[in-house]
Each structure stands twice: as structure tokens, then as C-alpha cells.
Design a protein around this ligand. Structure first.
Ligand code: ADP
Length: 491
């Protein structure tokens, strides 16, 4: 609607009102004139030559008729109208009271009548005023509620209004989306799936009595809401409870994760300190013994001590390598630098070293002949194999076999490292590749930081390959990885 139309409609409305008022004024005048004529009817008849009649003697009764225009004016023209018409009536009564009436106290009775009738008229006006004002206030309240509901409708948070009889009066669409349709049902049934009110935990009465409340509400399906409750007067004047539900499950999840991360950080720090400290302590002890000039050491003891230093240095070296590799991977600074690689060469190189370190394990290889060369980062794939073979030796007894196989599967080279060791419980299989995850099975060498497999996975994924494990507790584990050939050789 345009502005002109608004003002046209407005002036039409005003016109309409004035017409109505004018009509009421005419009716009032008519009533007043009729009452006045009736009041002087006896005198008018006598004056026109007629005889005295019933109408000359019952002015008190005639006067009563004036109550009609007085109440009418009070109803339509409020207190002021009632007073004016009462005074006008008094003016009508006075000539007869002063000049015609043969009865005693001719002025007192009309005055008394005017006081009573004027009061009734004024009360009528007052009642109408009060009624109109409350209707106006109701309309404002309804309008305000409509506005509020429109705002609530568009809110992203869930909103619900509950009346003192526990009935859900209103829900916004977000609330319906979050918790389903519930308007008309009892709040305890809708929100808490209960058959009767929640008892001590119910906040309805406290809030309706004027308090604002805030609490957290967790649903069984892992959803957490922050609920803010405050009183609200509904359009019918009933004080209700307005609850706003904000879904904070995501923040709660972040909170939980932060706690986990903090725990992990502390565990990691203490684990790392331990892992770094224990080989250093051994090395320091051995070197101190070797340096003691007053103790004669035979060759065997000296060699045993030196072997110990060698082993502990290897342990320290592999830990530091894993830590460095992990931080490079995290920083994205350990990208594969691809070159032409031949998997059997990598296996040979790794085994040459590992066989020397783990002399008491039996290493076997089964490498398919004519495996194609691939494009891969030689150093990274070697690191994967080292980690898998070192794990195989760490989680299996000396004297048992470790098998390394390589074969073609579709367009991939599949390499597997299997052992006959402790195996991995089924519930841990999905977690062993997580960073810093350490399973319940303990390494023979008591080392490890839960990084080896995470590094393997990151390297294989950066080569667009796959890595997984199969294991039976008590029988051993078999780790596989596959590297695609076609894609790599095209790079
Ligand atoms: P860790 O330094 O603890 O060995 P890894 O990342 O290499 O860390 O391995 C993660 C977890 O996987 C180990 O704590 C262990 O529980 C399990 N695991 C890895 N390799 C083997 C294996 N060959 N046999 C049994 N469990 C293994």
C-alpha cells in the first residue's frame, strides 16, 4: 500500500467516526427533546386550552425518563457528556420547580435527581473508558505478542512458551526441528518424556514468579542445550515461561576434545621424557663403568657393555627420527620427493641392517619376480619398512619368523610384514595408526611413543596408497601397504 492510500484510508476512517458521533449526537438531542416535551406535557396541554390531567401531577416520574439521555451521553460522550446533559436536564427542570410546581421543596427533588442521575451517567462514562482502555491495552499486548512471535519464529535458537498448567503454548520452527512437534502437549512429556511434572528440578514456578534462570540440558542422543528461561506475559494476560534452547553440543564436543588433548599432551610429555631419559641413563651408566680405571674389565664384558650402548643409541635414534619425521609431516614439510624405486632394493637394504640388529629373529622374504619399478620417495618408503619391521621384532619373541612379501595386486604393489608375535586385540585394530596411540600389548624393548604407525600411514597416504593390518591375538600380526604403480609412474 502506498502512502497516499494510507492517508486516504486514515481520513476515511476519521470521516466515518465523525459521522457516527454526529448520529449519536442527533439521537441524544432527540431523546432529550422527547424527555423535555414529556416533562412539560401537562403544562403544554393546559396552555393549549386543555384540561389538567394525569401529566400535570407526576413530574417526579417524568423526570426519571431523563436517566435515558444521561446514561446515553455517559456511554457515548463519556463523563463530560454525562455532566453536560445532567446540567441541561437541571436547566429544563428549573422553570417548573421555580414557577409552576405547587409541591413543597420543588428545587430539592430535581437537584437530588440530577446528582444521582449525573453520578450514574458519569459512572457509565467511566466504565466505558476503563473498558475501552483495557481493550486498547489488550490490542497493544496482542500486537506486541505477534511482533515477538514473528521475531521468535525466525530465531535460530529453539524457543518454547509454556503456560502455568505445563502446556506448551508455542514453539518456533527451530524448536520443532530440534525436538519435534509439541504444541499443546505437556512440557514434561514433550521435553523429558515423563508422565508427570519433573518435581524438584522443575523451574516453571520459580520463573513464573519472576526469576530468570539458566541451565544446561543434555539429551541422551549426545545433544547438549544451554537453556535460558524468563517469564513472559502472554496476550491473554497469563504469565508464562519462555525458554530459549541453544544447541551447544558442538562447544561441548570441543571442550571434551580440549580436555582429551590436554591429557594427551601431559601423557606425551611424561612418556617422551621417560623414553628419552631411560636410554640416556643406560648409556651414562655403561660409559661410567667403562671409564672407571680402577675396575679391570675383560673383553667379553667390555663388548657386552658396548653392545648395550649401541642398542640404546639405536633406540634413542629411532625415537628422535620418528619425532622429527612426525613434526615434519605435521608442518607439511615432508613431501614425497619421488624418484624411480625398486621395492626389492628397499627391502634388501632394510633387512641388511635389521638382521644385524635383531640377530635372533628369523627373517624371510617372498618377493614376486619382475616387480615393476615405481615412482616414490625412496627414503620415506624405507622408513615405512623400518618401522614395520622394528615393530614386528618388538612385539614378537626372539626365534620367531618375520616375513616380508611383495606382490602385484591389480595396479598396485602390495607389501606385507608379518610376525608371529602377541597380535593386536580386535578393538585396537582401528586405533593403532592414530598419533601417539599405544596399545595394551607391551614392546619387548619397553620403548615406543605411539608414532611409528602414524608416520607409516601419513607416508603411504601421501603416496596415494593404502595401509592396514590384520591380526590374531597370540598368533601374530600382518601389516600391509599398497602403492599404486600407474599413477606414480605418470608423475
Ligand atoms: P609404538 O611405539 O607404541 O610401537 P606404533 O605406532 O609403532 O607405536 O604402534 C602403535 C601400537 O600398535 C603399539 O603400541 C602396539 O600396541 C601396536 N602394534 C604395532 N605393531 C605391532 C605388532 N607388530 N604386533 C603387535 N602390536 C603392534
Amino acid at each position: 500500500m502506498r502512502l497516499g492510500e494510507v492517508s486516504a484510508a486514515g481520513s476515511f476512517h476519521r470521516l466515518d467516526l465523525t459521522l457516527l458521533k454526529r448520529r449519536q449526537l442527533y439521537i441524544l438531542l432527540l431523546l432529550f427533546v422527547v424527555c423535555s416535551i414529556f416533562y412539560y406535557l401537562g403544562e403544554i396541554v393546559t396552555f393549549s386550552g386543555g384540561t389538567k390531567s394525569f401529566f400535570n401531577g407526576v413530574h417526579d416520574v417524568h423526570r426519571l425518563l431523563f436517566i435515558v439521555p444521561i446514561i446515553y451521553s455517559g456511554y457515548f460522550f463519556r463523563i463530560k457528556g454525562a455532566i453536560i446533559v445532567t446540567l441541561a436536564a437541571l436547566a429544563v427542570f428549573m422553570p417548573r420547580a421555580l414557577f409552576i410546581s405547587p409541591f413543597p421543596d420543588p428545587v430539592l427533588r430535581p437537584v437530588l435527581f440530577c446528582v444521582v442521575a449525573g453520578t450514574v451517567g458519569a459512572l457509565t462514562g467511566l466504565a466505558r473508558n476503563t473498558f475501552e482502555r483495557s481493550r486498547h491495552l489488550e490490542a497493544i499486548a496482542r500486537n506486541e505478542r505477534d511482533k515477538l512471535l514473528r521475531v521468535l519464529e525466525t530465531m535460530e535458537d529453539g524457543v518454547v512458551i509454556i503456560s502455568p498448567d505445563y502446556r506448551v503454548r508455542f514453539q518456533n520452527p527451530s524448536m520443532v526441528r530440534e525436538l519435534g512437534e509439541g504444541t499443546g502437549s505437556y512440557c514434561y512429556a514433550y521435553l523429558h518424556h515423563l508422565e508427570k511434572p519433573c518435581g524438584d528440578t522443575c523451574q516453571l514456578k520459580t520463573v513464573i514468579d519472576g526469576a530468570n534462570k539458566r541451565w544446561e540440558y543434555s539429551l541422551s542422543d549426545d545433544k547438549t542445550y544451554e537453556v535460558v528461561a524468563s517469564p513472559i506475559i502472554d496476550s491473554d494476560g497469563v504469565v508464562c515461561l519462555l525458554e530459549v534452547y541453544r544447541n551447544i553440543s558442538h562447544y561441548k564436543w570441543i571442550e571434551r576434545e580440549l580436555v582429551k588433548i590436554n591429557q594427551l599432551k601431559s601423557e606425551l610429555l611424561s612418556n617422551m621424557s621417560h623414553e628419552l631419559k631411560s636410554p640416556l641413563t643406560s648409556i651414562k651408566g655403561i660409559v661410567t663403568s667403562l671409564l672407571q680405571k680402577d675396575i679391570e674389565l675383560d673383553d667379553d664384558t667390555r663388548e657386552m657393555l658396548l653392545d648395550g650402548v649401541n642398542e640404546e643409541t639405536d633406540r634413542l635414534g629411532s625415537l628422535v627420527t620418528n619425532l622429527l619425521n612426525m613434526s615434519k609431516l605435521e608442518a607439511g614439510a615432508w613431501k614425497p620427493e619421488k624418484e624411480t624405486c625398486y621395492i626389492p632394493d628397499i627391502v634388501d637394504e632394510v633387512l641388511k641392517h635389521q638382521k644385524w640388529i635383531h640377530m635372533n629373529h628369523i627373517f624371510r622374504t617372498d618377493l614376486e619376480p619382475d616387480l615393476p619399478e615405481i615412482q616414490a620417495d625412496y627414503g620415506q618408503i624405507r622408513q615405512v619398512l623400518i618401522n614395520l619391521v622394528e615393530n614386528a621384532t618388538a612385539y614378537s619373541e626372539e626365534g620367531t619368523e618375520i616375513n616380508i612379501r611383495a606382490k602385484m595386486v591389480d595396479n598396485n604393489i602390495e607389501v606385507s610384514v608379518s610376525d608371529q608375535g602377541v597380535g593386536i586385540p580386535p578393538e585396537e585394530l582401528n586405533r593403532v595408526f592414530e598419533k601417539f596411540y599405544r596399545g595394551t600389548q607391551k614392546r619387548r624393548d619397553h620403548g615406543g611413543a605411539g608414532l611409528g604407525l602414524a608416520i607409516c600411514q601419513a607416508i603411504i597416504h601421501s603416496h596415494d596408497g593404502q595401509i592396514w593390518v590384520e591380526s590374531i591375538v597370540g598368533q601374530g600380526s600382518k601389516f600391509y601397504f599398497r602403492l599404486p604403480i600407474t599413477q606414480l609412474s605418470n608423475n
